[in-house]
Design a protein around this ligand. Structure first.
Ligand code: GLN
Ligand code: ZN
Length: 754
């Protein structure tokens, strides 16, 4: 039971940190470039934090998270806190430079690996641990940020990543079982809790999102013993354990029995799955995540109030909260004056979500009359959204209803391979690239000039065509077999399509952190999706007109468009995916009619949307694969479909890769020594495959011999008639000189083996 003086009613689980106008991004990049020093960076960061804390307090939250600020990433911060940075950066004397070296590497040391944070589009840095890692406590950052907030009179609640999530998300470099290290970590956590309490923290939030994944019985027992031990300590603050991104399931009663004072429950991603178990509780503060921290829709107040009432039905006190940290949504709608007013009225970004939480808490504790007017505005907006005709386009609906199984099927792959080869006449081990070519300074200049209206659309198009012509000439000269147009016209592989499809809106300033200083501006998919006109045909046919070699059409797949957008939450994702699939399907048919013989449909996000719990995965994979097939099966058997996936550890989705039935799949493989090919073989995959033969993430130019060795390795796993030769991923981030040299070596290596 929380200390009665400590109880609170309205909070969020974490705050965005990149700055309302990406000030932190710019400052960190200026520091990296040597334009400002560490003191200037710290000064700017402190200013951002203080302004944010004051704003959040003014908005009426009575418990405020601190310490979710970061110069790069919260897992990296936790590794620093626990003295667990990799050995190779220990020699870097300056603390901040050591931190950034672990994050992004230097000329001498490799950075930590980066991977997706649960099923979100945020990437964390993966701590490297082993049985020999010697943990030690370095609490300066959490203590300093707590003291900074307390000095302002903020009801501050330090947030730290819990030991179970930290260990489960870290990488074991020696193969040892990392959860075995809990006994070494817990004394550090106990000491930290004591220090935070002594510094004035009444609460500490311990983030344990790993608790919403499938846990073994043994892991459940560890949850119990860990939190029982932390809760038994004396001189500690009250503890809030936060699981988010899904349902806690069996963990909820286990946690409640440990004596922690509060548990955060995600009622958005977890639905009402945890409500029944919560109703058994009466002595735990339930921090109810009813406001979606991972999407941008205004909360339906009645639905939220029903959820809040159900959660507390057993008598437990309830506080209103976001479902997860607000890290994943833009700062404020105030920065979107040009958004169409009707759409805008349906949305809530960070600041608006905080206002919603305050409103719901007021209504929960004081009744509806206490905020009748605001409630009314919220209800009207929610109803208005439901009634907008753009959310229900009868033509798309009828088309989807009329589909049958045959619309996702093509003739057997062997037969297609024969027909396509007859048409394309490609040499054995055909060489190609993944799509984008280096983004030159000229492209960036043209894009900026168009945005500022210094040049018109026609002039912009002329410049992009010049880029395409150059990329085609370069590929011909290098001797590649299947060419691409280079994607100069694409700002981003999802945004480009979202801007041209109906049912999507773009924001002007809706930046969210993807990793480090990299921010993205996800489009908002609000309505039924339709394609008013062809989106890529002019560019691709122009490229094709310049060469006798086949040019690949280049599209983004339905699952990736979904994953990298804010999507409507009023219908199942599967339905939205099928609508996008139809639009992409129409584009493939138009490309084919314009004479394009090969079309690549990228699905780098196929794995990222995979549900966290195994029980939910087959259902997802079924609709995701169906959406891809719907998008790619409208073409003739003589048209070759390619796809591209940006990773090599398929894990649970290996079967789905075969299910996509793409004629050729290009994947990352260079860094894992072609091992992925064995996994594909084991799953019965027998389609064309282009394992990346060199790593495009590094500026290093691979030699012909080195690529030859990779290819020889690949040929042990895949017969020559199915093997393609290509880099790991698109070349957008590389320089022209190094990309050209690498591709020359790639072509030489393929020719040597033919
Ligand atoms: N076709 C895209 C490119 O080459 C694919 C990008 C990706 O895989 N993320 O850039
Ligand atoms: Zn890729």
């Amino acid at each position: 039971m929380p200390n009665p003086e400590n109880t609170f009613t309205a909070t969020v689980l974490g705050l965005p940190r990149i700055g309302p106008n990406r000030e932190l991004k710019r400052a960190i990049e200026a520091y990296w470039a040597g334009r400002i020093d560490a003191a200037a960076l710290h000064g700017l960061a402190g200013g951002l934090r203080v302004a944010q804390l004051n704003a959040v307090r003014a908005a009426g939250l009575d418990s405020i998270p601190v310490g979710t600020f970061s110069y790069y990433d919260q897992m990296l911060d936790t590794a620093v806190l626990l003295g667990a940075l990799p050995e190779r950066v220990h020699g870097i004397a300056d603390e901040l430079d050591r931190y950034f070296a672990a994050a992004r590497g230097t000329a001498e040391v490799a950075p930590l690996e980066m991977t997706k944070w649960f099923d979100t589009n945020y990437h964390y840095l993966v701590p490297e641990l082993s049985a020999a890692t010697e943990f030690s406590l370095h609490p300066d950052k959490p203590l300093a940020e707590l003291e900074e907030a307390l000095a302002l009179g903020i009801p501050a609640r330090p947030v730290i990543i819990g030991p179970i999530t930290f260990l489960k998300l870290a990488k074991s470099v020696d193969g040892s079982e990392l959860l075995d290290r809990l006994p070494d970590l817990l004394p550090l956590y106990e000491r930290l809790l004591g220090l935070l309490a002594a510094a004035g923290a009444r609460w500490v939030q311990i983030d344990e999102p790993a608790l919403v994944t499938d846990l073994t019985e043994a892991e459940l027992a560890l949850v119990h013993s860990t939190y029982q031990r932390l809760a038994a300590g004396s001189g500690r603050p009250d503890l809030l354990v936060a699981g988010y991104f899904g349902r806690l399931g069996p963990v909820l009663p286990v946690l409640a029995a440990t004596g922690v004072e509060a548990i955060a429950v995600d009622l958005v991603a977890g639905g009402d799955a945890d409500v029944a178990a919560a109703q058994e509780l009466s002595g735990t503060l339930l921090v109810a995540g009813v406001v979606d921290g991972y999407n941008v829709w205004r909360t339906d107040p009645d639905r939220a109030l029903t959820g809040l009432a159900a959660l507390g039905a057993g008598g437990a006190p309830v506080a209103v909260s976001s479902s997860c940290s607000l890290l994943h949504v833009p700062y404020s709608l105030a920065a979107e004056p040009d958004l169409e007013p009707r759409l805008r009225s349906w949305l809530a970004f960070g600041a608006e979500k905080i206002a919603e939480i305050r409103l719901l808490a007021t209504v929960l504790h004081e009744g509806q009359d206490a905020a009748a007017e605001q409630l009314d505005i919220a209800r009207t907006a929610v109803l208005d959204r439901r009634s907008d005709a753009r959310l229900c386009d009868p033509t798309v609906r009828a088309r989807l209803a009329g589909l049958d199984a045959a619309d996702g099927r093509r003739v057997p792959a062997d037969e297609r391979r024969r027909l396509q080869q007859e048409r394309l006449q490609l040499p054995p081990l055909p060489t190609t690239t993944i799509g984008s070519y280096p983004q030159t300074g000229r492209i960036r200049v043209a894009r900026a000039a168009l945005r500022r209206a210094e040049i018109d659309r026609a002039e912009y198009d002329t410049r992009m065509r010049a880029e395409i012509a150059e990329v085609i000439a370069l590929q011909e000269e290098i001797g590649l077999d299947v060419l691409v147009h280079g994607e100069p016209e694409r700002n981003d592989m999802v945004q480009y399509f979202a801007e041209q499809l109906d049912g999507f809106a773009a924001t002007a300033n809706g930046w969210v952190q993807s990793y480090g200083t990299r921010c993205v501006r996800p489009p908002i998919l609000f309505g039924d999706v339709t394609r008013p006109a062809a989106m890529t045909v002019d560019w691709i046919t122009y490229a094709q007109s310049l060469t006798g070699k086949p040019v690949k059409g280049m599209l983004t797949g339905p699952v990736t468009i979904l994953a990298w957008s804010y999507v409507r939450d009023d219908q199942p994702l599967a339905d939205t995916a099928r609508q996008i699939a139809l639009a992409i399907r129409d584009e493939t048919v138009d490309l084919e009619a314009a004479g394009i013989a090969i079309i690549q449909v990228d699905e780098p996000a196929l794995r990222e949307l995979l549900p966290l719990r195994r029980a939910d995965q087959p259902g997802y994979l079924e609709w995701a694969v169906q959406a891809f097939r719907l998008a790619t099966s409208g073409v003739a058997d003589t048209t070759q479909i390619h796809t591209h996936l940006c990773y090599s550890e398929f894990g649970e989705i290996i079967g789905a890769i075969a299910g996509l039935d793409a004629d050729v799949t290009s994947i990352e493989a260079a860094r894992s020594h072609m091992e992925v090919l064995d996994d594909l073989n084991a799953a019965g995959f027998d389609l064309g495959v282009g394992p990346g033969v060199y790593d495009i993430h590094s500026p290093r130019v691979p030699s012909t011999e080195e690529i030859g060795t990779s290819l020889a390795l690949a040929l042990k796993a895949v017969p020559a008639e199915r093997l393609w030769v290509n880099p790991d991923c698109g070349l957008k981030t590389r320089g022209t000189a190094e990309a050209t040299e690498s591709l020359r070596n790639l072509v030489a290596a393929a020719r040597a083996l033919r």
